[in-house]
Design a protein around this ligand. Structure first.
Ligand SMILES: Cc1ncc(COP(=O)(O)O)c(C=O)c1O
Length: 454
């Protein structure tokens, strides 16, 4: 076994195609429904929000889709990303397990999000679109799309969940550096935002509300603006598969193969991008890798939500999909993993959990920060609050190996750095962070508001 720490690929080894797991799923996909009629949507409905090239990717069953040359050129600014053997973490945990992590925090925006922001900006530009709208929770997605729109000369309006807008002013500034306009959602710029503020002037906002605002602005723009989503949709997860495809090559360099693959899940994009190539190996080559999705106990869509049709946003303007959901009325507690506070989940990831092809686990906030500090003290990198969920599960698995003596190979996706999240670490060290488990009564109440699909 190699003693190497970093496994690095050349630019020429960067994947030339994205992997589309829709081609290999052992079950049929559920339909996407129109939010008013609850009938399957037509490409015409989706084309108000998205360019046709992305709609075709959304429904494609081709196994691989070529990455356009101009997208590859921008990817080269930070890809291929490094893959590390966590020798020091292994030592700190005194585990016989081998732990590796993929580091997506080397992107200019600091996370995996540019992997889809860049192609989404590219395809919109190609379709003649001049401006995009989007929402952002933690600000990671907003900064990624701001950077991508800047590269392709598109204007961008970002609706940032108000609590993150207040908690993370530097993320907002980063978006402004790239030229985007950023608004604290709920805003008074949209009908929906005004209605939320009328009911609760102090609303902290939610991803569901911010999505509604960004969708409304694009839908009302008469075609001038399109909408871009940073997670959940099939094409978004597909764009992220450059991560897992690189890891497969890097593991070959390490002469190793994982027993356990772990990533955090908000809407499912870094998880899908990291894990789907390994799922392909499970489905096609008989590999038996355990694949784990890690989510917050405060926003537990996969572990405690219902697998049902629900709206993608709070105002019920976005399409209805079958997914694990806490209900579109979900207003999450103000935990620091802002990117993991969505009420729903990618329909593909939800179906995979439902079919027991992926395991879901929830982690409490204090445990995630404890794991993050253990990791940072061993490996040096300060993780974003979202991947700390994956780190906590990886450490848990490594400690189980310590007990059993098993030499398992554990890999996880370190999908972003935490340099803009030091307020969260500050709260942790001051003892001001709390655990929060989402109340069952809230989930039950929200389930009564799900659309009734025949
Ligand atoms: C660093 C980071 N990780 C994870 C996520 C969760 O999104 P997803 O599940 O789509 O990867 C976000 C979302 O904003 C994020 O910023």
């Amino acid at each position: 076994m190699s003693k190497q720490t970093k496994f690095l690929l050349n630019e020429s080894q960067m994947p030339k195609a994205w992997y589309n797991i829709n081609a290999d799923l052992p079950f049929a996909p559920e339909p996407v429904l129109h939010p008013q009629t609850l009938e399957p949507v037509t490409p015409d409905f989706l084309s108000v929000l998205f360019p046709m090239s992305l709609i075709l990717q959304e429904i494609s069953t081709e196994q691989y889709i070529e990455i356009p040359e101009p997208v590859q050129e921008v990817y080269k600014l930070w890809r291929p990303t490094p893959f590390f053997r966590a020798h020091r973490l292994e030592k700190a945990l005194d585990t016989p397990a081998r732990i590796y992590y993929k580091y997506e925090g080397v992107s200019p925006a600091g996370s995996h999000k540019p992997n889809t922001a860049v192609p989404q900006a590219f395809y919109n530009k190609e379709a003649g679109v001049k401006a995009l709208t989007t929402e952002t929770g933690a600000g990671q997605w907003g900064s990624a799309l701001s950077m991508a729109c800047n590269h392709f000369g598109l204007d961008l309006e970002v609706y940032m969940v108000k609590v993150s807008y207040q908690q993370k002013p530097y993320r907002r500034n980063l978006m402004q550096v790239y030229g985007a306009d950023v608004y604290a959602s709920p805003t008074d710029r949209t009908n929906y935002g005004r209605s939320v503020l009328a009911e609760n002037p102090d609303s902290p906002g939610s991803l569901g509300i911010a999505i509604s605002e960004a969708v409304e602005v694009a839908a009302m723009s008469g075609g001038a603006k399109k909408y871009s989503l940073g997670s959940v949709l099939n094409h978004v997860l597909m764009h992220q598969t450059v991560i897992g495809e690189e890891v497969l090559m890097q593991l070959e360099m390490a002469d190793d193969y994982p027993d356990v693959v772990i990533a955090c899940t908000g809407g499912g994009s870094n998880f899908g991008g990291f894990a789907f190539p390994f799922l392909r190996k499970n489905l096609q080559d008989g590999k038996q890798t355990k694949i784990v999705a890690a989510e917050p106990a405060a926003s537990p869509s996969l572990t405690r939500g219902k697998y049902a049709f629900d709206y993608g946003d709070t105002a019920r303007m976005a399409p209805v999909v079958k997914m694990h959901t806490l209900g579109h009325t979900f207003v999450p507690p103000t935990i620091h993993a802002g990117g993991l506070r969505y009420h729903g989940m990618s329909p593909i990831v939800s179906a995979l959990v439902d079919h027991d092809l992926v395991e879901a686990r929830s982690v409490k906030q204090l445990d995630t920060f404890k794991a993050a500090v253990t990791f940072a003290r061993a490996e040096g990198i300060v993780p974003a609050p979202e991947p700390t969920h994956a780190i906590a599960v990886a450490i848990d698995e490594a400690l189980k190996c310590k007990e059993s003596g098993e030499e398992k190979t554990i890999i996880f996706n370190l999908c972003g750095h935490g340099h803009f999240d030091m307020a969260a670490y500050d709260a942790y060290f001051r003892g001001a962070l709390e655990d929060f488990e989402y109340p069952e009564a809230e989930i039950e109440a929200a389930m009564k508001l799900l659309p009734v699909v025949g």
